[in-house]
Design a protein around this ligand. Structure first.
Ligand code: HEC
Length: 177
């Protein structure tokens, strides 16, 4: 009886901790304002995503590209904006390709943003924290996407600690002037 009782208690505590973490990660994302001027930064790479039929553009600052070129962590104040477009589809529902074999962008379906500032991230436990990065997802209307799972952003980018948590770090390197 005692055993079952404590199992139930620890399961309840576990669920409580998990939901507290979700709330915390949500609140952390609120530090990021929509990057209105993202297009004034540098478009450093693009990507055709066949799995979700998206064409993606990646923007950041010249200072961030410069740091990547030197193999350094990206500077405080860096914002990376990932613009997700629906790819143009043919009659069969497959992405059409342009003369270069690339997807053709249509409307924006969302924005993924990561931003790094000195002192950010201290509230997260080590198994969640991505250095000083925060993540946020925005709708095509540039409003916070309340349905986004921000804990998922941390989890998936976490293994890239050698590249400052950035998947396209090498693309930044080669795009630097
Ligand atoms: C399942 C893994 C996964 C999850 C979850 C994920 N990402 Fe990423 N992210 C990637 C990959 C892979 C790339 C690079 C290629 C691409 O865009 O598909 C990327 C690229 C990015 C970039 C461009 C900088 C970089 O790291 O190359 C931003 C910004 C970004 N993601 C933000 C987010 C945000 C915000 C969330 C949560 C709402 C999120 N990501 C969730 C895998 C993930």
């Amino acid at each position: 009886m005692k055993f079952h009782y404590s199992v139930a208690i620890s399961a309840a505590i576990g669920a409580l901790v998990a939901s507290a973490l979700l709330v915390q990660v949500r609140a952390g994302g609120d530090k990021i304002a929509f990057p209105e001027n993202y297009a004034q930064g540098q478009l450093y790479t693009t990507f055709d995503r066949a799995d979700n039929k998206q064409y993606r553009e990646y923007y950041t600052s010249a200072a961030a590209l410069d740091a990547a070129k030197k193999g350094q962590p990206l500077p405080s104040g860096t914002v990376i904006t990932l613009v997700q477009y629906a790819a143009k589809l043919d009659a069969q529902g497959n992405p059409e390709k342009d003369a270069n074999g690339r997807f053709i962008k249509t409307n924006v379906v969302g924005y993924g943003v990561m931003e790094k500032r000195t002192g950010w991230g201290t509230e997260y436990p080590d198994n969640v924290r991505n250095g000083e990065w925060e993540y946020q997802s925005f709708t095509p209307e540039k409003k916070v996407n309340e349905k986004a799972n921000l804990t998922g952003c941390f989890n998936c980018h976490k293994p890239l600690d050698k590249e400052d948590y950035v998947f396209t770090y090498d693309k930044m390197k080669s795009a630097a002037k």
